[in-house]
Design a binder for this molecule. Sequence first.
Ligand SMILES: [Mg+2]
Length: 413
Amino acid sequence: MNKKRKFCANDRTRKDQLEKSGRKIIMHLDMDAFFASVEQAHDPRLRGKPVIVGGVPGGRGVVSTCSYEARKYGVRSAMPTARAVKLCPEGIFIHTSANKYSHVSLSILSILNEYSPNVEPFSIDEAFLDVTETAERFGGPKQLALQIKNRIREKHNLTASIGIASVRFIAKIASSISKPDGLTIIEPGREKEYLWPMPICNLWGVGPKSEEAFKRIGIKTIGDLARFPKHRLKRYFGIVGETLRDMANGIGEDEIRPFYDEPEVKSMGHEHTFERDISNPDLISGMLLFLSEKVSHRLRQSNFRCKTITIKVRHSDFRLKSREATLVMPTDCAVTIYQCARLLLVKNRFMERPIRLIGVSVSKLEKNAVESQLELMANPHGRQIVVDRVIDSLKSKYGEHMICRARARMVFQ
Ligand SMILES: [Mg+2]
């Protein structure tokens, strides 16, 4: 295939090009300003206005999504609402309504499923599709993408941006290139044209910290990374450096994991932001126990036990810290999780300063084998495990908030 040939062929030729290359046709769909657009679609009064979804003025929340009209004022996702209010006083602030968004999200997935059996939801407003085998049926990848965009517009009055490439991460970059309402196709062999001029932070997996590290050794663009000597990169960044260099050269994963495959649960957690910063150790411990109970209840509901327990704490300076510990035996016991979490809190002196947010999560999950009486007795919290079971049965009968340990209850007084 002549890589230098200027690409202006029709869609059929494009499909041939992709097919001849023996590579897959991967599509990434990303809804534009999803939450804000859903709100605008549902309420005509909001259209054309700066809509900011997330926290509301006076609260301590953050912006979840904002409409393109609000972005003109400099409002961005993850920005504290207070700052968004200052930047855009005429903004219309709306609480997130998860049910509404997941309803639309599921409906969009079912549209996508009409175009490929291999659809992988990536987040509430993003999905990957493998259309290698179905594109031709719809007149080629471009026609297929346009049809999907039209269907979503007709049904939900929403726009999506689509990227098409032969691997996942390039498809994802492609969908971000011409947002909103975009469609970008990057044929195999033309990856470098698109990728290399981009700043290094555009590469999947490069956060602000690694961006800094790359800059220190003179890597500013994806092209710089692609051309950087392999052995030096390995010395600086280990195996991750090699993977990123491969990506910079257009090499990446092309497997799509359809959503009927049960997603592998890797961790579960709960967190709480206090109304005001808290220094009272009893209140903090009470909240920690409450969160540990919630996590352990979820573990048991999904028949898992965990080995690693992580706490995260945000102090008034907004900096998020986390610490973790791994147990010898896996557990789903609330008190075991709580004691480990509390130890981490004390050991790291996190309670010496007022706390704004606290969270408990568990990972290294294992499916729970049938528990023997012996195990129950061997566990130092054997009695607590029985208490957990009683709490579970009461919760399933009377609701999530019907019961918790007294120490955890005090956080609500
Ligand atoms: Mg999006």
